[in-house]
Design a protein around this ligand. Structure first.
Ligand code: ADP
Ligand code: MG
Ligand code: MG
Length: 199
């Protein structure tokens, strides 16, 4: 797994489909999510160009820093999420380090944001993805297989948010109006893992 290709693919997907995220946040929030994400990924690209990182820890540090400097609720939460990947992955992506990092990362986001599974946030995709990676690691699957399973689990988790009533974030202010709307943060997490399988 080439983590730089992974992030470049993720940035390309956000370029292509960022408007869908904005539309979801418009229906269930304040409509700035796609803009926040695109500006974070602009900073990611600038960091990659400036530092030219190659190892996963350096690549994910560049990603984390970019998100931590981005506005909105999602910026700092994604920043802290990616920081755990930077801390855990070292200089090569292994299934064990990936599973451990994803577990630490979802725990950090839950702690900071106070959201649990079922609250209609990014956590609804982060937790099942981490669980899929842990299950793959415990049976000794390879990284590619594990990431495919994580992507499928994150996608199912993101889709499940449509029927939920939000308990955290701006979508919780609009109550029933957000029913039927997929949480854009959760969808982004699904796209992140899908980008790995395409990289
Ligand atoms: P804002 O609501 O400040 O405009 P963004 O539009 O940048 O924030 O991000 C919205 C996303 O942030 C939501 O789709 C959701 O996934 C996530 N989110 C919001 N609040 C929380 C929280 N408390 N914990 C985890 N994720 C959250
Ligand atoms: Mg918003
Ligand atoms: Mg906002």
């Amino acid at each position: 797994m080439d983590s730089r290709k992974w992030i470049e693919r993720f940035a390309a997907v956000i370029d292509e489909r960022g408007a869908e995220l904005t539309e979801l946040d418009r229906r269930a929030g304040d409509g700035d999510f796609g803009t926040n994400l695109r500006s974070a990924l602009g900073r990611v690209r600038a960091n990659l160009a400036a530092d030219d990182p190659s190892t996963p820890d350096e690549v994910f540090t560049a990603v984390s820093t970019a998100f931590l400097n981005t506005g909105g609720t999602s910026g700092p939460l994604f920043g802290m999420w990616f920081r755990e990947f930077a801390k855990g992955l070292g200089d090569e992506v292994s299934i064990r380090s990936l599973a451990a990092a994803a577990g630490e990362a979802e725990a950090v986001v839950r702690r900071l944001g106070g959201a649990e599974v079922g609250h209609k946030t990014m956590v609804d995709a982060m937790v099942p993805a981490a669980e899929a990676l842990a299950a793959a690691a415990s049976r000794g699957a390879d990284v590619e297989t594990a990431l495919k399973e994580a992507a499928a689990a994150a996608d199912a988790g993101a889709r499940s948010t449509a029927e939920l009533l939000a308990k955290r974030g701006r979508a919780s202010y609009v109550g029933e109006h957000a029913r039927g709307v997929v949480d854009p943060g959760a969808l982004t997490v699904a796209w992140f893992f899908e980008a790995a399988t395409a990289a």
